[in-house]
Design a protein around this ligand. Structure first.
Ligand code: GCB
Length: 596
């Protein structure tokens, strides 16, 4: 007879088993450099499931009729093929507005090797992923923009294996983001899928960045995973003749600290070193740069020097293809335009973009602002939300913490002080972020300022927890000017912090002629241009201004933008049309950046 205590222990154990089985593991870093990798990119068979029937039908079991009288109401036979990585919305016309469920299937061959481990790694799936291998559920993941993995060493079969993923991009009130957001909710397996083979003990994670405030000392760690956690480990930087040795403890962790004369990374000189991380059982190579970023008084210092941030907002959409951007080529389309505008930073709004984009930006000398999709209406008091925020934060930081290009972790955008639990939840998240990474700026963006009598009042107490006061304001577009731009006043309750205009702008349809004097002024290039001219004039009046960031680089798809003549499903606040045509405002911005 089981005692109550035993029953309780059993219940807890089975819960742990279920949980550890159900959730995606935090992914190993630097997948790009793994040699023993087999890509599962390419064409996958798909079934669209608008009624959410697949769950009930258990389509992952892939039952096939045995007798004449057998039938099953699903089949991957003859199914449409969708490209992975890729969003489904842009691949089939009938899926343009799909926010629903699609089942994906890929078969692969594998021959098992003793002493090797096998991981199934997803760069990102938007938004929920349930993953099945050979008829068994191996786990799930929530969050559309961060990587996750499953170890499948013990369940992969010799020979052919069937991998099935249920992808669900429906909106959830307690999701991140929640119900409403101003971009197309591209669903699908949107980033690379890889099988990664490692040795029994492998290098799962490492942190190699300059210690806060230092220009010559790296402080970090190495984390091994496997049955031989205690090993000798080395960090080598051949170009600097540097070899740093350490030992990992019984948990597989080694703290590392070493000093060298680094040529520092900066937008003018985006110097990156080859860095080799080596244990007795594994080796990975990375490309790492070194720089410091900090706020001192009302300045932002890069490598100890004040810097003015010339930024632009970017959504992760390949403008020419109208698809979710994921590849190096996609990244180059976006980043080359930012370079041409004269930027030194890209705000990758409003969620973590692909690793390709972050790495390319760094190579090109663009600093990166990386953001969580904690956007506008978030249900902070929902019991599940804090854990989701924390998971996403950790996944974002883990993947990119060795990218010196990343200088900002932005944790929220335009949340509302009136939302229950907002400040407590975001303060807690800020603390978690600083505990994970003390070397970067942590930022909250708000649009809660008042604007009366041509005077701005900035007092959102969330800014107490933000390294910079990041303000989104759309004077001249959503809110008319109430006086001369050159005579605006700013009352900022945080006089000792830098201020950054993280969004401003207005819409224009490329080619739409006319100007602010015309009766039908809205949507013209001239009207948008005037907004920019006025804004630039106002910038001179903004106290402690450390940079500006127009909304945004390219016109992009947003289904809520329903003006049938001028918007046609696009947010038209781009300085460039979705075809890359330069609107008049582009030149205003380019001039301004040139003058700074
Ligand atoms: C904002 C949001 C951004 C929107 C933009 C707009 O304040 O942060 O996501 O797309 O305004 O165009 O209204």
């Amino acid at each position: 007879k089981k005692t109550a205590k035993k029953k309780w222990i059993l219940a807890v154990l089975s819960l742990i088993a279920i949980l550890s089985h159900t959730y995606g593991q935090t992914a190993m870093i630097n997948v790009e450099s793994r040699d023993n990798k087999m890509s599962l990119n390419g064409e996958w068979k798909t079934m669209i499931d608008p009624a959410n029937s697949g769950e009930y039908l258990q389509v992952w079991q892939e039952k096939t009729p045995q007798k004449k009288t057998d039938f099953f109401e699903y089949s991957f036979e003859g199914a449409p093929l969708l490209k992975v990585p890729g969003d489904f919305n842009s691949q089939l016309r009938e899926l343009t507005h799909l926010e629903g469920i699609a089942w994906y299937k890929k078969s692969f061959n594998y021959s098992r090797k003793s002493g090797k481990r096998l991981f199934l790694h997803f760069g990102a799936v938007n938004y929920l992923a349930n993953v099945y291998l050979n008829g068994e559920k191996i786990g799930s993941h929530e969050g559309g923009f961060t990587p996750f993995q499953f170890e499948i060493t013990d369940i992969v079969k010799e020979g052919e294996n069937a991998l099935i993923v249920k992808v669900d991009n429906r909106r959830h009130g307690n999701g991140l983001p929640g119900f409403s957001f101003d971009w197309l909710n591209f669903g699908g397996i949107t980033r690379d899928v890889d099988l990664i083979e490692t040795n029994d003990t492998y290098i799962e994670d490492y942190t190699i960045q300059l210690k806060k405030g230092s220009l010559n000392t790296v402080q970090g760690s190495i984390q091994l995973n496997g049955t031989k956690p205690s090993q000798k480990v080395k960090v080598r930087i051949p170009e600097l003749d540097l070899i740093h040795k350490a030992k990992t403890d019984e948990d597989g962790i080694a703290n590392i600290e070493f000093t060298s004369k680094f040529e520092l990374w900066s937008p003018e000189n985006p110097k990156i070193y080859e860095v080799i991380i080596e244990s007795e059982t594994d080796i990975v190579k990375d490309q790492i740069g070194f720089r410091s970023i900090e706020v001192k008084g009302t300045d932002i210092l890069l490598n100890g020097q004040p810097i003015f941030i010339k930024a632009v907002n970017i959504h992760e959409e390949n403008p020419h293809q109208g698809s979710r951007a994921h590849s190096v080529e996609d990244a180059q389309v976006l980043l080359n335009a930012a370079k041409e505008l004269g930027c030194n930073l890209v705000r990758l709004a409003h969620y973590p973009h692909s690793e390709n984009t972050v790495r390319e930006a760094e190579k090109m000398g663009l600093m990166v602002w990386s953001e969580l999709p904690i956007y506008q209406h978030i249900q902070f008091e929902d019991s599940l939300v804090p854990q989701k925020m924390e998971n996403m934060l950790k996944e974002m930081i883990r993947r990119d913490k060795n990218r010196c290009g990343v200088v900002v972790w932005a944790l929220s955008n335009e949340t509302y002080p009136g939302t229950p639990g907002r400040n407590d939840a975001l303060i807690e998240l800020t603390q978690q972020c600083r505990a994970e990474d003390s070397t970067r700026l942590v930022v909250h963006v708000a649009n809660t300022q008042t604007y009366k009598d041509n005077t701005f009042g900035v007092s959102d107490s969330l800014y107490l927890h933000s390294d910079i006061v990041a303000v989104n304001e759309y004077i001249g577009w959503y809110i008319p000017w109430q006086g001369k731009p050159s005579e605006t006043q700013w009352h900022v309750a945080f006089p000792n912090k830098p201020l950054f205009i993280s969004e401003f702008g207005g819409e224009a349809m490329y080619g739409s002629q006319g100007g602010p004097e015309d009766e039908a002024a809205y949507w013209t290039e001239g009207y948008q241009e005037k907004i920019y001219v006025d804004q630039v004039e106002m910038f001179n009046k903004v106290p402690n201004l450390v940079g500006v960031c127009p909304w945004l680089l390219f016109d992009y798809k947003s289904p809520g933008r329903m003006h049938t003549v001028y918007q046609q499903g696009y947010n038209r606040k781009g300085l460039l049309s979705e075809k890359g045509d330069k609107k008049k405002a582009w030149y205003v911005m380019k001039e301004y950046f040139k003058s700074k």
